[in-house]
Design a protein around this ligand. Structure first.
Ligand code: URC
Length: 289
């Protein structure tokens, strides 16, 4: 038996960077968490301890801060692409860069005052290879949605352990995690901010507008809406926890409960996951890694 080195990558994870842009009295805020992972000719460092190909993770962190100063942070996808292209160009041994960014949104309260909005977190994962191949997956997580009606679940398979009662009118609630893959941008560049707003709107419209016979059906409707409306996107992956709302039995208190009082359980939860894509979507390569 011979032992060999398998896939490997390294980088600085979770560099928290806050960039303030001062436009006179009106200030703008970008609050991000940047994770870099580099790979390439890294056999020697693992096998012999020769660090000559290793751009320190400390340098990667410094680069994030310096680029935030020099270039500002616009759309997170553009900032991630800038960093990924920089790292693959900076060292011959670094062939591939993966840059993932989370963005926390702040709501303006005044010219220089903000509240951290309790809404979803915007995400992106960018891959860039020395050969010029680039992929961009944008996304969000913790987008919490709830319909108080318009949701049913019945006709399901049964076995001896099935106790679930069919539902013809239930609360449907979820916290969306989504990632959507952009078609290669070619020579142009995408407006990732507009794309994000369009996808988010499609997700909300499809969730609210679909009379749901299952969360699986709602998932497909949400993905299909995005792909139909946003031509720059070829694939979307959704993870939808079914945040169960159980009707509370109030009969011990002589009260009825006609779909009014619920117990919102936090676990366990159903987890419905799925991909919706163009039938001719290009090969994703490492886009989802
Ligand atoms: O929308 C649903 N999908 C399921 O697969 C499922 N399973 C379950 O117990 N409740 C539900 N609801």
């Amino acid at each position: 038996m011979t032992v060999v080195l398998g896939a490997n990558r390294y980088g600085k994870a979770e560099t928290r960077v806050v960039r303030v842009t001062r436009d006179g009295d009106v200030h703008h805020l970008k609050d991000c968490n940047v994770s870099v992972a580099l790979s390439g000719d890294m056999a020697e460092v693992h096998l012999t301890g020769d660090n000559s190909a290793v751009l320190p993770t400390d340098t990667q962190k410094n680069t994030v801060y310096a680029f935030a100063r020099e270039h500002g942070i616009g759309q997170i996808e553009d900032f991630a692409l800038l960093l990924a292209r920089h790292f693959t160009a900076s060292q011959p041994a670094i062939h591939h860069a993966r840059v993932a960014i989370e963005e926390y949104s702040w709501e303006r309260q005044g010219p220089h005052s903000f509240t951290r909005s309790a809404t979803e977190i915007r995400t992106c994962v960018v891959h860039h290879d020395q050969d010029g191949t680039t992929s961009v997956v944008s996304g969000l997580r913790d987008l919490v949605l709830l319909n108080t009606t318009g949701s049913e679940f019945h006709g399901f398979a049964r076995d001896r352990y099935t106790t679930l009662q069919p539902a013809t009118d239930r609360v449907l609630a979820t916290a969306v995690t989504a990632g959507w893959r952009h078609l290669p941008a070619g020579t142009g560049a995408y407006d990732y901010g507009k794309s994000y707003d369009d996808v988010r709107r499609c997700l909300l419209e499809a969730f609210a507008g679909t009379h749901s016979l299952s969360l699986q059906q709602t998932l497909y409707a949400m993905g299909a809406r995005v792909l139909t409306a946003c031509e720059e996107i070829c694939e979307i992956r959704l993870a939808l926890p079914n945040k169960h709302h159980f009707l509370v039995d109030l009969t011990p208190f002589g009260l009825d409960n006609d779909n009014e009082v619920y117990f919102a359980a936090d676990r366990p939860y159903g987890l419905i996951e799925g991909t919706v894509r163009h039938d001719h979507a290009p090969d994703p390569g490492p886009a989802w890694d």
